[in-house]
Design a protein. Structure first.
Length: 690
C-alpha cells in the first residue's frame, strides 16, 4: 500500500536531483570560466608588464649613445679613425646591453658607425632617411618604430634619439631590438600572441609557425557569464578549445592575446556533475543526516586546530627569523615587530607599537621615493618594493644602511603590510674596501700606461733612425753607380777628344745623358715623397687615366707574356684629383705586378672596377708568389723594398699611399701565396659637388 506513495516521492527526488545537477553544472562552469578569465587577465598583466619592462631596459641606450663626445665628433667631422673608434664603442656597448644592433646616422640618414661593422660592411650603403624612427629623432623626439616580420626577415623594434652639439642637430643614435629579445623575458609556460593588424609579431612555442591570427583561430564565439561579463571561446586549428583574452596597447598599437585551454573547465564540470549526483543521493538518504552533521563538526574543529598550529609555527618562524619583520596597517602604523627588528632599531614592542614606520627611517633619506611608497599605503596605487637600499635610524640617533622591502598581505578580511629589513653594514664595509682596491689598481694601470707610452716613443724614435739609415744606404747605393760610370765615360770622352774620334764621342755622350736621366728619376721620387699635397684638384675620370697606363704597359705585358684580364666597364666616373697623380698610382701598382710575375709560369694580371654610391674601387691583382705577413706590415714605409739592392729606393708604394690619402681615398693590400691584390678606393664627386 505504500509503494504508490514512495514512487512519486522517488520520482520527485530524481527530478530535483537532475535539475540540481544541471544547475550546479552551469554554476560550476560559470565559476570555472570566471576563474580562468581572472587567471588570463593576470597572465595578460604579467606579459604586458614584462614586455614594457624589457622595452624600458633598452630605452636609455639611444640617449646614452647620443651623449658620447666621440659620436658627436664623428658626426661633426667624420674620419676613418673616428668611424673605427665609434664602431668599436658601439660593438662593446651592444654586447654589454644585449641589444641586436647599434648604429649612428648623420643628418642625411647615412650610417656613419655600426656595431656589426666587422660582418656587415654593406650596411653603410643603406639609406635611413625615410625611416619613421629617423624622422622622429630629427624632430627632437625619442624615436620608436615597429617593423613587422616578413618572409625575408624577422620583426624588430627601432629606438632612436637625436645627437646634439651646442644645440645643433648632428645626427641620430639608433638601437635595433629583434622581437625575439622581447620574447626571452616572457613566461614560457603561457600561451600568448602579440599581433598588429592581424599579423603575429611574437608567439609562444605552439604558435610560432603561424603568421596571421586566422592561422591560429578557426572559430570564435562569445559567451556571457553570470556577472554580465563576456568571454570569447575559440576553436584552434589543432582542435583545441580555449578562452581567448586580448588587450590592445594604445601607445604601441599591439594586441596582446592569451589562450587558456578549456580542458580544465570540462574536467571541473565533469567532477561537479558527479559530486552533485552523489550529494543528491546523500541528501536523499536522511538516515545519514546526523552522521554528516557530526563529521562536519569534527572537520571544522580539526581545521581550526590546524589553523591554530599553523599560526603558532608562523609566530615561531617570525620570532626566530634572521631578518627584521614589521607588520603595518594601511596607515603605516606598526602593529608587530619581531625580535631581530627590535635589535636592529634598538626598540621594544611596547615602545614602538602604534608609531609610524617613517620614524625608523633617516629623515633626509625618507624624503623621496620612500615617502611616495609609504604615502600610497591603503590605496590602489600601492606597488610592492623589494630590496630598496635606504638608511635606518636607531633609537639612540645612530644610522645604519639597510635593505627595505614591503608587500601587501590580506588576513581576516583586512589589509596589512609586511616590512622586512636587512642590515647591510658589513656589505657596505666590504664595498668601501673593494672601492679602495679598485682605486689603487687604477693608479697602477695609469703608471704602467705612462711607462708603456714612454717605451713606445723610444721605439718610434729608433724606427725613425732606422728609416733614415735605410734611406741613406739606398740613395748612396743608387747614386754611386751612375756617378762612377759618369767618371769613367768622361775620362773616355777626354781621350776620344784628344784622338779626335767624334763618332764614338757621340755614343758616349748619349750614355752620359742616360745616366743623368736615371739620377733625375731617383731625385724626382725623393721630391715627390717630400711634397705630397697636390696644388690643384679638378674633376677627372680615373678610368681614362687607367686606360692610358694600360696602353703604356702593353709592350711589357707582351714581352713577359702576361695575360691581362681587364673587363673595362662603360662608366662615367668623376673623382677629385689630377691625371698625372692618378697615372702615377696605376704605373706603380701595375709595374709592381709585372715585377712580381717575372719568374712565374702562366703569369696573369687582373684589373677589376667596383662602384658604390660613394666610392669607386680599382683592384689590381696578380698570381705571383705573394708577400709574407712581416713584409705586408712594412710595405708602405719609406725606403722599404723587397727587391734586390739597386733595383729601387722603396718609395713607390709610400708615394702611392700618400697620393691616395691626399685625394681622400684609401689603399689596401691582401696577399697570400699565388695571389696579391692592391685595392685603391677613391670618393666619387656628386653632381651637386661638381
Amino acid at each position: 500500500m505504500q509503494f504508490p506513495r514512495f514512487f512519486p516521492l522517488a520520482l520527485l527526488m530524481l527530478m530535483l536531483s537532475l535539475i540540481g545537477t544541471v544547475l550546479v553544472n552551469q554554476f560550476v562552469r560559470n565559476w570555472a570560466l570566471s576563474d580562468l578569465k581572472e587567471s588570463g587577465e593576470s597572465q595578460l598583466l604579467n606579459i604586458i608588464s614584462q614586455t614594457r619592462t624589457e622595452l624600458a631596459d633598452y630605452k636609455y641606450l639611444p640617449f646614452l649613445i647620443s651623449q658620447s663626445n666621440d659620436v658627436a665628433e664623428l658626426l661633426r667631422n667624420p674620419s676613418p679613425d673616428k668611424i673605427a673608434r665609434v664602431s668599436r664603442y658601439l660593438e662593446q656597448t651592444n654586447l654589454v646591453a644585449g641589444s641586436t644592433a647599434l648604429f649612428i646616422l648623420d643628418a642625411q640618414g647615412r650610417a656613419q658607425a655600426f656595431s656589426h661593422w666587422r660582418e656587415q660592411q654593406d650596411f653603410y650603403s643603406v639609406s635611413h632617411r625615410q625611416k619613421p624612427y629617423f624622422l622622429q629623432a630629427l624632430e627632437g623626439q625619442q624615436g620608436f618604430q615597429l617593423v613587422l616580420p616578413a618572409s625575408e626577415s624577422d620583426g624588430a623594434v627601432y629606438l632612436s634619439a637625436p645627437v646634439y652639439m651646442k644645440s645643433q642637430l648632428l645626427g641620430v643614435a639608433t638601437v635595433r631590438l629583434d622581437l625575439t629579445l622581447l620574447q626571452a623575458g616572457l613566461d614560457q609556460t603561457s600561451h600568448y600572441l602579440f599581433s598588429k593588424a592581424g599579423q603575429i609579431l611574437i608567439a609562444s612555442k605552439p604558435f610560432q609557425a603561424a603568421k596571421q591570427l586566422q592561422d591560429v583561430v578557426l572559430k570564435q564565439r562569445t559567451d556571457r557569464l553570470y556577472d554580465g561579463s563576456e568571454i570569447s571561446l575559440v576553436e584552434l586549428h589543432n582542435g583545441t578549445r580555449a578562452v581567448l583574452q586580448s588587450v590592445t596597447l594604445d601607445d604601441l598599437g599591439w594586441q596582446v592575446s592569451v589562450l587558456n585551454d578549456l580542458r580544465e573547465v570540462r574536467r571541473i564540470q565533469r567532477n561537479a556533475t558527479l559530486f552533485s549526483l552523489a550529494f543528491c543521493i546523500v541528501i536523499s538518504l536522511l538516515v545519514f543526516l546526523l552522521r554528516e552533521r557530526q563529521l562536519k563538526h569534527i572537520s571544522r574543529r580539526e581545521t581550526q586546530q590546524a589553523l591554530e598550529r599553523s599560526e603558532a609555527r608562523q609566530r615561531d618562524i617570525i620570532n626566530n627569523a634572521h631578518v627584521g619583520m614589521i607588520s603595518l596597517d594601511n596607515q603605516g602604523r606598526i602593529l608587530f615587530i619581531n625580535p631581530m627588528a627590535m635589535q636592529q632599531f634598538g626598540v621594544s614592542m611596547a615602545r614602538i607599537k602604534g608609531t609610524r614606520i617613517a620614524d625608523l627611517i633617516e629623515p633626509d633619506v625618507y624624503q623621496g621615493v620612500m615617502k611616495r611608497v609609504l604615502d600610497r599605503l591603503g590605496s590602489r596605487g600601492f606597488a610592492p618594493v623589494t630590496a630598496m637600499e635606504t638608511v635606518g635610524k636607531r633609537s639612540d640617533g645612530n644610522t645604519f644602511p639597510m635593505l627595505f622591502s614591503i608587500k601587501q598581505i590580506e588576513r581576516d578580511a583586512s589589509v596589512n603590510y609586511l616590512v622586512t629589513v636587512i642590515d647591510i653594514t658589513p656589505r657596505k664595509r666590504l664595498e668601501r674596501a673593494l672601492q679602495q682596491a679598485n682605486d689603487q689598481l687604477e693608479d697602477q694601470v695609469q703608471q704602467r700606461t705612462l711607462a708603456l707610452r714612454e717605451a713606445q716613443d723610444e721605439l718610434v724614435q729608433a724606427e725613425k733612425m732606422a728609416a733614415l739609415g735605410r734611406m741613406s744606404s739606398a740613395v748612396v747605393h743608387e747614386l754611386n753607380q751612375p756617378l762612377t760610370a759618369l767618371r769613367t765615360y768622361i775620362a773616355i770622352c777626354r781621350q776620344l777628344i784628344e784622338q779626335q774620334q767624334t763618332e764614338q764621342l757621340d755614343s758616349n755622350l748619349e750614355l752620359i745623358n742616360d745616366l743623368i736621366n736615371r739620377m733625375a728619376v731617383l731625385t724626382r721620387q725623393l721630391k715627390t715623397f717630400a711634397y705630397q699635397k697636390p696644388q690643384h684638384l679638378s674633376p677627372v675620370d680615373p678610368l681614362l687615366a687607367l686606360d692610358q697606363v694600360v696602353d703604356l704597359f702593353r709592350g711589357r705585358l707582351q714581352q713577359q707574356q702576361i695575360e691581362l684580364h681587364y673587363p673595362r666597364p662603360e662608366l662615367e666616373l668623376q673623382v677629385s684629383g689630377d691625371s698625372a697623380r692618378l697615372e702615377q698610382i696605376f704605373v706603380n701598382l701595375i709595374g709592381n705586378g709585372c715585377d712580381a710575375l717575372a719568374d712565374v709560369s702562366a703569369p696573369r694580371l687582373e684589373i677589376q672596377i667596383q662602384q658604390t654610391t660613394e666610392t669607386v674601387t680599382i683592384a689590381i691583382s696578380d698570381n705571383g708568389k705573394g708577400i709574407d705577413q712581416q713584409s705586408q706590415t712594412q710595405l708602405f714605409e719609406p725606403f722599404f723594398t723587397t727587391k734586390p739592392i739597386g733595383e729601387g729606393l722603396g718609395l713607390g708604394l709610400p708615394i702611392v699611399r700618400s697620393i691616395v690619402q691626399d685625394l681622400g681615398g684609401a689603399i689596401r693590400v691582401n696577399s697570400r701565396p699565388g695571389h696579391t691584390c692592391f685595392s685603391v678606393s677613391l670618393p666619387l664627386i656628386r653632381q651637386s659637388e661638381e
